[in-house]
Design a protein around this ligand. Structure first.
Ligand SMILES: [Zn+2]
Length: 96
């Protein structure tokens, strides 16, 4: 099952959206700015994704490797420093 939703934006660019259980909402990364393995089931992308860098109260910093989210210790939420499985996006689709 897909852990990502692809939003094409043209000119060879696309956003991939995934659910972050730490923040309780979705994050996205952009290709080709990030390097993506192409697997929707067990995604890997590099480098890391850093959200809200300037605000420690909402900062989220993670790696995604082989379908797992590896949270870095500087995350604001309870998963900081932990690795969790990605969740399927089936229930989160917005109908677009
Ligand atoms: Zn997050």
């Amino acid at each position: 099952m897909a852990k990502l939703r692809k939003d094409e934006v043209g000119q060879g660019r696309a956003f991939y959206v995934f659910y972050c259980p730490g923040c309780g909402n979705c994050h996205s990364f952009e290709v080709p700015r990030w390097t993506f393995s192409g697997s929707m089931d067990k995604p890997t992308f590099t480098p890391s994704l850093l959200c809200n860098q300037s605000d420690p109260a909402s900062r989220c910093h993670l790696f995604v490797t082989d379908g797992k989210i590896k949270y870095q210790p500087d995350c604001h939420h309870k998963f900081a420093g932990q690795t969790v499985d990605m969740v399927e996006l089936e229930d989160l689709a917005d109908g677009r």
